[in-house]
Design a binder for this molecule. Structure first.
Ligand code: FAD
Length: 501
């Protein structure tokens, strides 16, 4: 069985690394990439699932951090999303602890209504550690009543692809440099039989993984799988990315700050900080966006802002014929919750589960595409939630507030407003805890408390919340600072990136 991966960005090299690691005799894996075309070069914040990918491949975490100039990530801080000046964290891991059958979010909501609860983040160890700029890995130091802190990473996308390339080539993946100019097809089935490079060389295969980025060269170009456009719900269509100088005390969290017609990311790495502005071209100009981006850096820019254009949405079919799209070729959701690299990982694990043979059936493709669509739509809803529930005054934000929502999201918000219920649907990515942090963080208050939360004595409720907060705070005080933790375990060699004139 010959697998051909088209494209060598994050998606291409993650796929090649996984195939090289998990598939042995009977499979060959060839990756084709073009240095001339290059990669999108962004995608530097992740969610904790990336650790499962690294662990499955047997990658040592500290070696990976050193190789990619990575830092740890415990949360995303949202600044100005509910209203200008407000801020909250979407922290990884649990918030509080359930009491019997009563979920913590119901307990907190009642405490909040009675004026007995502090901010939600007081009850999430990741939030407390992120605010304090502290880091710890593994079992808590003091007490088994304190949870572990799940973490992810910020890393340099270019260094990550290089790291995975070395890993993949070490496991037999063959890399071919060249520009894909055409494809050969089997006349009856329409399946691709070979990629034709500009040099005339042909690369034959049985299964083609399209990792050609926004171009979607194989899935869209050769196979004609259309695109479902979600611009009506997520109208931001441009981004500007710019690195800035290293900050000494880097935060263990990503920051996403709302601005006039979009938002700005800040991703601190060991050697520099990644920044970018995502914006809606119907509400602001490229010049305004660039000026505002540069005015909100916390260190000098190291280059000129790099423009990127995109259309939010997904492929109608991510698997068509013998082509499966992975990464940006399969669709795009803006990086507000750092989900794209996770979607790559999830697609790779789905491909490995299906592991199509030479004879592929439509039933397999339908099942795969159904799972892909479900996953994308749920994440889409989560991102739309951030935009929709706002009290910001600018025209862009008013339009976001007034837009008609996808039914699946409208139902979810209505249920939460009524009595604080949140239910995870199937194996969607974000749990009740994630949905709750964003709903509460952006100011949605349920009208009624859950009946079980109502039965808790007020004094008990107060003492329970105080105990949890005290326990987590005392634990976090023992942890080293994020910067100290990195020095102790995984400091990367310094890189001098210089400062743009
Ligand atoms: C503004 C922005 C910010 C983002 N931030 C995040 C984030 O914080 N976290 C996150 O998880 N994700 C983020 N993403 C998404 C993330 O960047 C991508 O998911 C990731 O980089 C994967 O890209 P890719 O490999 O699919 O495409 P690319 O990186 O574009 O790679 C495409 C590859 O295909 C090759 N190619 C294309 N055409 C040809 C051809 N004709 N012949 C040969 N080779 C060809 C290219 O050379 C390249 O190697 C962000 C995306 C954008 C746009």
């Amino acid at each position: 069985m010959r697998i051909v991966v088209a494209g060598g960005g994050t998606a291409g090299w993650m796929a090649a690394a996984a195939f090289g690691h998990f598939l042995d005799a009977g499979f060959t894996v060839t990756l084709v990439e073009s240095e001339e075309i290059g990669t999108v070069g962004v995608g530097e914040a992740t969610i904790p699932q990336i650790r499962m990918f690294n662990q499955a491949l047997g990658i040592d975490e500290d070696a990976f951090i050193r190789a990619t100039q990575a830092t740890f990530k415990l949360a995303i801080e949202f600044v100005g999303w509910g209203a200008p000046g407000e801020r909250y964290m979407h922290a990884f891991g649990d918030v509080g602890r359930d009491v019997g059958l009563c979920a913590f979010h119901h307990i907190w909501s009642r405490g909040h209504r009675l004026g007995l609860a502090g901010p939600l983040g007081n009850y999430a160890i990741n939030d407390i550690a992120a605010h304090a700029g502290r880091m710890h890995r593994g079992s808590p130091l003091t007490s088994r009543n304190v949870p572990e802190m799940p973490h992810a990473f910020h890393f340099d996308a270019g260094l990550y692809a290089a790291f995975l390339r070395e890993f993949a080539e070490g496991r037999g993946v063959i890399r071919r440099e060249g520009k894909i100019a055409d494809v050969r097809k089997e006349p009856l089935s329409g399946d691709i039989t070979a990629l034709v490079l500009a040099s005339g060389e042909e690369i034959a295969g049985d299964l083609f993984i399209d990792c050609t980025g926004f171009r979607g060269l194989l899935i869209g170009g050769a196979m004609g799988s259309g695109y479902v456009d979600w611009t009506n719900w997520l109208p931001c269509d441009r981004a500007l990315a710019v690195p800035s100088g290293r900050v000494e005390d880097f935060t263990p969290y990503t920051r996403a700050t709302a601005h006039t017609a979009g938002w700005q990311w800040r991703i601190p790495l060991q050697h520099r900080t990644g920044n970018g502005r995502v914006y809606c071209s119907a509400f602001t100009s490229d010049e305004e966006a660039a000026e505002s981006l540069l005015a909100h850096l916390d260190a000098p820019a190291l280059a000129d802002p790099r423009p990127i254009r995109f259309t939010t949405g997904r492929r109608v079919e991510a698997w068509r014929g013998n082509v499966i799209a992975v990464g940006l070729s399969s669709g795009f959701l803006e990086p507000l919750e750092s989900t794209s690299i996770h979607l790559i990982q999830s697609a790779i694990s789905r491909i490995l589960k299906f592991m199509p043979g030479k004879e592929q059936t439509q039933a397999e493709r339908d099942a795969y595409n159904h799972q892909f669509t479900f996953e994308m739509e749920r994440i889409r809803d989560f991102i739309v939630l951030h935009y929709h529930v706002n009290q910001r005054p600018e025209p862009f934000w008013q339009a976001m507030r007034e837009m008609a929502l996808p039914d699946s999201l409208a139902e979810r918000i209505e249920l939460f407003r009524a009595n604080g219920h949140i239910f995870r649907h199937g194996d969607e990515l974000f749990s009740e805890v994630g949905w709750f942090q964003v709903m509460a963080g952006q100011g949605i208050v349920p009208k009624r408390s859950h009946a079980l939360a109502e039965t808790i004595d007020e004094a008990d409720l107060k003492s329970y919340l105080e105990t949890l907060n005290g326990l987590y705070r005392r634990e976090v005080e023992r942890y080293p600072s994020h910067a100290e933790f990195i020095v102790q375990h995984c400091a990367a060699p310094p890189i001098n990136l210089g400062v743009a004139a």
